[in-house]
Ligand binder design. Structure first.
Ligand code: SF4
Ligand code: SF4
Ligand code: SF4
Length: 268
């Protein structure tokens, strides 16, 4: 049964403890150029989760501040996994969409396919990999909640089965009029394991609200029908280029050797 996390935007104080916990649990470096919390926070290969500070326009009063923790949504039918022909991204039965670097060929189709713009690439590394939140899958396998959920001092996030969390979210919304009548992730692109409730419209928090409810693999499958041929074509091109470059190098080396021999003979 899919597990997930319900995030209550009204409870977040923007302290960033979840960001620190994620870095410590996953041994991620601090990125001194790209902050992981604040108005300019952005996901990248070192920031698997960020806390965005959002100024929300409220027609009844002064603008208000809200903090939105973002990470992979762990889609029920992940477009990233369906676009990955080498199966480097796989959906676990208990919810997480997990990346297996040893299977990755670096094609980056997952980055194009993801509707939430989540997978990032380690551009600065010699052997780059894809980077994204793994929903702490090794912790889930042991029955533990994700590291970021556990450390949150204000209880913003609840961990449980997706169906329990959806029921809890409905109960909260029905019993408290401050919440907008919407659960983000319930239906988006076929549903996600990371769910949100809020007292301000999700669009004002920078969430994509026009994604529709159709699982994106429905579209990517049509693209994927061609993927093996694209991959084969790409592979053939790389092989041909490698052969051509090696041949050029050999010819240049032979030419240098011949010139040296001729030079030596001339001096004799
Ligand atoms: S949010 Fe993107 S990266 Fe995460 S599971 Fe869904 S499609 Fe994959
Ligand atoms: S679930 Fe784990 S990997 Fe994902 S943001 Fe939280 S701590 Fe990081
Ligand atoms: S630890 Fe909790 S309160 Fe602090 S930023 Fe993360 S979600 Fe918000």
């Amino acid at each position: 049964m899919s597990k997930g996390v319900l995030t209550d935007i009204t409870k977040c104080i923007g302290c960033g403890s979840c960001v620190v916990a994620c870095k410590m649990w996953n041994h991620l470096e601090y990125d001194h150029k790209q902050p992981a919390s604040g108005p300019a926070a952005k996901l990248n290969d070192k920031n698997w989760t960020v806390v965005n500070t959002c100024e929300v326009q409220d027609t009844r009063s002064e603008p208000v501040w809200r903090f939105a923790k973002r990470q992979c949504m762990h889609c029920e039918e992940p477009a990233c996994a369906s676009a990955c022909f080498s199966r480097a991204l796989q959906k676990n039965a208990d919810g997480p969409v997990v990346y297996y670097p040893e299977l990755c060929v670096g094609c980056r189709y997952c980055m194009i396919a993801c509707p939430f713009d989540i997978p990032k690439y380690e551009w600065s590394k010699a052997a780059p990999q894809i980077a994204k939140c793994q929903l702490c899958s090794s912790r889930l396998a042991k029955g533990e909640a994700p590291a970021c959920v556990v450390v949150c001092p204000t209880g913003v996030m609840q961990f449980g089965t997706r169906s329990e969390l959806l029921q809890r979210a409905r109960n909260i919304i029905q019993s408290d009029p401050q919440y907008i009548p919407s659960i983000y992730g319930q239906d988006e692109v076929g549903g996600t394991c990371w769910l949100y409730i809020s007292d301000v419209p999700f669009a004002q928090l920078g969430f994509r609200t026009n994604l529709g409810t159709v699982p994106l693999p429905w579209y990517t499958h049509r693209f994927l029908k061609n993927t093996p041929f694209i991959a084969l074509g790409w592979g053939a091109l790389l092989t041909a280029m490698s052969f051509y470059i090696r041949r050029r190098k050999e010819m240049a080396e032979n030419k240098q050797e011949t010139e040296k021999e001729l030079g030596d003979k001339h001096e004799d």
